[in-house]
Design a protein around this ligand. Structure first.
Ligand code: AMP
Ligand code: ZN
Ligand code: FE
Ligand code: FE
Length: 270
């Protein structure tokens, strides 16, 4: 049934462990997945180990960096990265520390808004020391302050909203450079979600290798548009569901073996 190249585990803001995710992928009929947790590679080993139980099931080591450009979040996926690379691990550590400090600051803002939340409440939802805003949102749901994650983002957590605080993020340029440094392929995640579409050109100018045309939240027209952009600019195509366990359907978007082989072929040329 193909390869879902965009999935999250509980090493970032997904719900399932890497082992549970691999098991569910098998049940869903997938031939392979890429683990693309936000700013971390620490769940990859568990997934690869579990995949060995299944004949021929492939786990591609990946990551989804939350980069920033002109004050907009730009998510960049890395595939086939050397996930043991020292510079990568050092960068990830810095990102995690900054996520923790940011969570403390955001909780302070929420407390000032009479929302009774502590870092312990949030850490209950983030088992792996890599705190994202969805963890804060889940703590707010648990305590009855919001109905769902979207409401928490819309009112409090989104960029520019009342409890938002910046964190250390890599630039688009540095993210692509880091992915290449680790021997990987860089793909622009969910281009359809970008507010400023000029960011696509910016990524191309900075050496992005691929674009995530096949994304669950893209309409058929968007998918076609991004496939055409890929063709014109000699980019590869990636695709995936952005499965988190509490949203997204695993395998809803996927690529075929041909696209995987194209990615592998490009590896030698990065
Ligand atoms: P962070 O890692 O703290 O930057 O949080 C980013 C993650 O939050 C995204 O990758 C999504 O999983 C989730 N997210 C971002 N915006 C929203 C939103 N408006 N509603 C629900 N989830 C969101
Ligand atoms: Zn996420
Ligand atoms: Fe994303
Ligand atoms: Fe994602």
């Amino acid at each position: 049934m193909g390869f879902d190249l965009h999935t999250h585990t509980n090493f970032s803001d997904g719900i399932l462990s890497p082992v549970e995710l691999v098991d569910l992928s098998i049940k869903s009929g997938l031939e392979g997945i890429a683990i693309t947790d936000h700013d971390t590679v620490l769940g990859i080993d568990d997934a690869i180990k579990q995949s060995k139980k299944y004949f021929d099931f492939i786990v591609i080591p990946g990551i989804e960096f939350g980069s920033v450009h002109n004050n907009e979040e730009v998510h960049i996926l890395g595939y086939f990265i050397d996930y043991k690379n020292d510079l990568l691990l050092e960068t990830i550590k810095k990102l995690h520390e900054s996520r923790y400090e940011r969570a403390i600051k955001m909780i302070k803002k929420l407390v000032n808004l009479n929302i009774d939340l502590s870092i312990e409440d949030v850490l209950k939802h983030s088992s792996k020391d890599n705190i994202g805003r969805p963890h804060i949102a889940r703590a707010m749901i648990e305590k009855g302050y919001v109905k769902n994650v979207s409401e928490a983002f819309d009112i409090y957590l989104d960029r520019g909203k009342i409890a938002y605080v910046d964190r250390y993020q890599l630039s688009v340029e540095d993210t692509i450079k880091l992915i290449h440094f680790t021997g990987g392929i860089a793909s622009l995640a969910h281009p359809g979600l970008l507010k400023d579409k000029l960011i696509i050109e910016y990524c191309i100018r900075n050496g992005i290798d691929a674009i995530e045309a096949k994304y669950t939240m893209h309409s058929d027209d968007e998918k076609e548009l991004y496939i055409n952009i890929a063709r014109k600019n000699n980019l590869l195509i990636t695709g995936g569901s952005d499965f988190h366990g509490d949203r997204g359907v695993l395998g809803d978007s996927f690529v075929d073996l041909k696209e995987i082989n194209d990615l592998r072929g490009r590896l030698k040329n990065v």
